[in-house]
Design a protein around this ligand. Structure first.
Ligand SMILES: C[S@@+](CC[C@H](N)C(=O)[O-])C[C@H]1O[C@@H](n2cnc3c(N)ncnc32)[C@H](O)[C@@H]1O
Length: 271
């Protein structure tokens, strides 16, 4: 079923309204491919009828968001970030002698690989620093992605790459179960999950010591990138760090952040 210009414009507007994601007419084929299964599931015969349905059916809005978001992720994505965590950030945190838990926000957590990579990294580090306590909050706008993250059960490419690149961690933290490999409570117990739209106020203000906001800014225009970064800032403690994705730069944006090293930002002016 062909998505005509008018309906394409309306759907691009709805994507922006509900997720902040900026799309243009080049996404016609992608949107058709993603939304056609919804039309079929609802027994609708036109995109116009689907657009009308979205105006009145809140549950369908959640399915729409699930359909139009891209939830690609990987365990230990961007190895340099994980080396920084292990060699600089966590030693620095432990050296401060804080008695409270380290609080990490995995914003735009997708299907949870990043959140569990964080938990495994902290658990491994805690072998050398047994006083380290930590908690990870994982949020995303996609309820489908969050359901996968909560289940903590992985299969296919996601685990194959993990096993290949990190065999010792794979064997230590994942166990085979029906349908894939699952993390146990030793890992999942450190992670909590929640639905959150990055364009809205952060789940907790002034709370987090580390915010992972990776590979999501790329979907927004400058205006929404600044809005999302303002939300991340509001979530952070004054001495917290923000981590962005490999292809994300904030140099052309108005933000309260200063570059610290590749992928890593802190609040404040130049160093
Ligand atoms: C490509 S994934 C990145 C996952 C992970 N952060 C990583 O770097 O591997 C982008 C995620 O951003 C989420 N997302 C898109 N718009 C969002 C919004 N407005 N609020 C919260 N999450 C959003 C999508 O649902 C998707 O799971």
């Amino acid at each position: 079923m062909e998505l005509c210009d008018d309906n394409l414009t309306a759907i691009i507007g709805l994507v922006r309204k509900h997720t902040g994601i900026a799309m243009n007419e080049h996404k016609r084929v992608l949107l058709q491919g993603r939304l056609l299964p919804r039309l079929r599931a609802l027994g609708l015969s036109s995109y116009r009828a689907y657009i009308e349905r979205l105006a009145t059916d809140r549950a369908e809005v959640a399915s729409f968001i699930n359909s139009v978001t891209t939830n690609d992720t990987a365990f230990f994505r961007t190895p340099a970030v994980w080396r920084w965590l292990e060699r600089e950030f966590l030693p620095g945190w432990v050296a401060r002698g804080e008695t409270r838990p380290l609080r990490i926000w995995s914003a735009a957590a997708a299907t949870g690989e990043e959140s569990y990579s964080l938990a495994m990294t902290c658990l491994e580090f805690a072998q050398r620093a047994p006083d380290l306590r930590f908690e990870i909050m994982a949020t995303d706008i996609s309820t489908d992605a969050l359901a996968t993250a909560r289940a903590a059960l992985y299969r296919g490419r996601s685990v194959e790459r993990f096993e290949q690149d990190y065999p010792a961690l794979f064997r230590k933290y994942l166990r085979p179960v029906a349908g894939g490999f699952a993390f146990g409570a030793d890992v999942t117990g450190h992670v909590s999950f929640g639905e959150h739209n990055l364009l809205q106020r952060p789940p907790r203000a002034g709370w987090f010591d580390l915010v992972m906001l990776r590979n999501v800014l790329i979907y927004f225009d400058h205006e929404n990138q600044e809005r999302v970064l303002a939300g991340a800032h509001a979530a952070m403690r004054p001495d917290a760090r923000l981590v962005l994705g490999e292809q994300e730069s904030i140099t052309r944006l108005q933000t309260p952040f200063a570059f610290e090293q590749a992928h890593v930002y802190r609040i404040g002016g130049e160093k």
